[in-house]
Design a protein around this ligand. Structure first.
Ligand SMILES: Cc1cc2nc3c(=O)[nH]c(=O)nc-3n(C[C@H](O)[C@H](O)[C@H](O)COP(=O)(O)O)c2cc1C
Length: 199
């Protein structure tokens, strides 16, 4: 039997914690079946915004190893630990700046730095609006270094019904980028399915 694929889910302090919750819910239900081993880290403000926007206790909700934001002893702070992919969801403009400048001053930015230096998959689900020139330049820098920037921008062409389906127009594409099979959204087949507003 092959070893599980180890992945990092990092939650920073941008609005959009429900996106992270949808990804972690999916992994709680499917990780074993899909041969995945998720590890989780919250920044201080990631926990604060999660508490406000989601409200659950992640330690109770998820069985994954979870690390403190300053815990440089976490396995994924070294490239030798063999983590294949990392997603920062949601990702603050501040986290993008730390990653873009290589300031590995906390576990999230160190782990992201490791992903880039090891040429592994790094997905940043950035949430800020509007963007300043500094934000845009930092997103160019991380893209040039190999990261994938996916703005937390929902789409409507799959005719999502309700907030969870709307969130999943983002999280399905995030899971796609991480190489994780999922049926979290109705896929484009060439046919329009929205038919305008019903009321
Ligand atoms: C309620 C709340 C919502 C926030 N939303 C955003 C946001 O959408 N995008 C962003 O870049 N920062 C946002 N911030 C600011 C970040 O939390 C702040 O810059 C923090 O220092 C980021 O730290 P971190 O990157 O370690 O999580 C928000 C802060 C609060 C308290």
């Amino acid at each position: 039997m092959s070893r599980p694929r180890k992945i990092v889910v990092a939650v920073t302090g941008a609005s959009g914690a429900p996106y992270a919750a949808r990804v972690l819910d999916f992994l709680r239900d499917e990780a074993a079946e899909l041969g995945l081993e998720p590890h989780v880290v919250f920044t201080k403000f990631g926990r604060l915004v999660w508490a406000d926007e989601v409200g659950t206790d992640p330690a109770e909700a998820y069985p994954f190893p979870t690390y403190a934001p300053g815990d440089m002893m976490a396995p994924f702070s070294s490239g030798s630990s063999g983590f294949e992919a990392m997603v920062v969801i949601p990702c603050t403009a501040a986290a993008v700046a730390r990653i873009a400048s290589g300031v590995s001053s906390d576990l999230v930015s160190r782990a992201a730095d490791v992903m880039l230096k090891e040429r592994r998959k790094l997905v940043l689900v950035v949430r800020e609006s509007p963007y300043s020139l500094i934000h845009l330049r930092n997103m160019v820098a991380v893209t040039e270094a190999g990261a994938v920037v996916m703005p937390a921008s929902p789409s409507f062409y799959s005719a999502p019904e309700g907030v969870e389906q709307l969130l999943d127009t983002v999280t399905a594409r995030v899971l796609d980028q991480l190489g994780i099979d999922n049926d979290r959204m109705r896929r484009w087949t060439g046919a329009l399915v929205g038919h305008g507003r019903k009321s």
